[in-house]
Design a protein around this ligand. Structure first.
Ligand SMILES: [Ca+2]
Ligand SMILES: [Ca+2]
Length: 175
């Protein structure tokens, strides 16, 4: 799937047929509106804000996305490249049952991808139920959920469009 002009024109044509002339948002295929970055079949946005795990999940939810948990070495590397040297949350937790890691974005029938640093997860102090990614070596560590670090939100490809005063569709940054 490309983000080329042809795709955009086709998407606009389809949307134009379905939308009335009012300000509205609609999902379309193949686009990630800046500052979201496209990778694989999804759009990613780094918060660049220090947030607790709960606040990071909520911040992503408000953007129509979910906090990220990578599902492959390639996606893990991509997240590390977005991190710009900062630690970032990985949306995995063993809050529900100590020692049982559950991750966002894992699919049925697919083993949970993990990339633990040696000696982790150690549940240090009996209080580490959330996970971050060290950008230096791209490895994971379990930590307390209350620390404040950056997060990456992920959502399926799509973009927002709205109609302008003349009823014409235009790409909008209404995320
Ligand atoms: Ca734990
Ligand atoms: Ca740890």
């Amino acid at each position: 799937m490309s983000c080329g002009n042809v795709d955009i024109l086709i998407s606009l044509a389809i949307l134009n047929a379905n939308l009335s002339f009012s300000a509205t948002c609609s999902q379309s295929q193949g686009l990630c509106t800046a500052p979201w970055k496209k990778w694989g079949g999804s759009c990613y946005l780094i918060t660049q804000k220090h947030l607790t795990n709960d606040d990071a999940r909520e911040a992503c939810r408000r953007l129509g996305a979910k906090m990220t948990a990578p599902r492959s070495d390639q996606e893990n590397d991509f997240l590390a490249s977005l991190a710009q040297g900062s630690k970032i949350w990985v949306a995995c937790t063993d809050r529900r049952q100590e020692g049982e890691c559950e991750c966002e974005w894992s699919q049925d029938g697919e083993g949970i991808y993990t990339n633990w640093r040696e000696g982790e997860p150690n549940n240090y102090g009996g209080r580490e139920d959330c996970v971050f990614l060290w950008p230096s070596d791209k490895k994971w560590n379990d930590v307390r959920c209350e620390i404040e670090i950056w997060a990456v939100c992920k959502r399926q490809l799509g973009s927002c469009f709205s109609t302008n005063n003349e009823g014409r569709l235009e790409v909008d940054s209404c995320l």
